[in-house]
Design a protein around this ligand. Structure first.
Ligand SMILES: [Zn+2]
Length: 271
């Protein structure tokens, strides 16, 4: 069964629909109007700017401000001289402000503030200029120092220990009018009349390997070694370089264990 609608309700719904439609239309027209107005305003402003330039605009604003200032001044003066009550009020206000501003604390703070502003103003330009010069100087100086350092390699051989060192690690040692170099640690030890621990004469001379021992393989070398060194070897470089090619270094303590090779040598068959 279909429920029949009354004519009154039908009229009401049609009225509501009409209202909604009108509202939507008015909203659309309003938004269009706003858009048009803004576009027109932008066009006007751009044409004005194009015609007169920005300076003109600024000068106009400035003129307006000055005019307003002058107008306000004349108005206030007129009121001051004509109205007695306003005149009294203004005098009272001025006296009060003078009294409140002229205390010792306020005076001191104002003085400090002015002093700070003066100093800042004086050094602002100077400081920025100084900073740029300082930074550029620092950069060039550091670069110069770096270039100076890398110009020379470890070309200085110590007289005592025979190590190849850099210039900053050695001191000159004059012997029979010949310039030689000695490392700092060796020099210190010698000055104390002690034997430098890594000096060549401290049983550290590397002799030439006899021809019989030159052709030995790793196993044979291990069998007849008088000392067995134990140390931790690490790669000093990391990254893309393979560990086989990288520079190596020792880390931690190093132990040299003396081994008794007498038994090994006697048990081996004769070559
Ligand atoms: Zn040395």
């Amino acid at each position: 069964m279909v429920r029949k609608k009354s004519t009154r309700s039908k009229v009401r719904t049609r009225k509501e629909a009409y209202k909604r439609k009108q509202q939507a239309r008015s909203y659309a027209s309003r938004s269009w109007r706003i858009l048009l107005l803004t576009v027109r305003a932008v066009q006007k402003f751009s044409s004005f700017r194009h015609k007169n330039g920005i300076a003109m605009c600024a000068s106009r604003r400035f003129d307006f401000r000055n005019q307003h200032k002058a107008y306000m001044k004349t108005e206030v003066l007129k009121r001051y001289y004509t109205d007695g009550s306003i005149r009294l009020k203004m005098i009272q206000h001025a006296l009060n402000s003078y009294r409140s501003n002229n205390t010792l604390m306020k005076k001191n703070s104002r003085q400090l503030y002015n002093q700070r502003r003066r100093i800042l103003k004086k050094y602002a330009t100077f400081q920025s200029h100084k900073c740029t010069i300082k930074h550029s100087n620092l950069y060039t100086q550091n670069l110069k120092e770096f270039r100076k350092i890398i110009r020379e390699g470890p070309d200085y051989v110590c007289l005592s220990c025979g190590l190849a060192l850099f210039r900053n690690q050695v001191i000159p040692f004059v012997e029979e009018k010949e310039q030689k170099w000695i490392c700092k640690s060796c020099s210190d030890k010698i000055k104390k009349r002690q034997m430098p621990s890594r000096a060549v004469v401290n049983k550290l001379k590397v002799c030439e390997i006899p021809s019989e021992l030159k052709r030995l393989n790793n196993l044979e070398k291990h069998l007849i070694a008088l000392r067995l060194p134990f140390m931790k070897i690490v790669n000093l470089t990391s990254g893309k370089l393979s560990s086989r090619l990288s520079q190596k270094g020792t880390k931690g303590p190093l132990h040299c264990v003396p081994s008794d090779v007498e038994d090994t040598v006697t048990t081996l068959p004769r070559p």
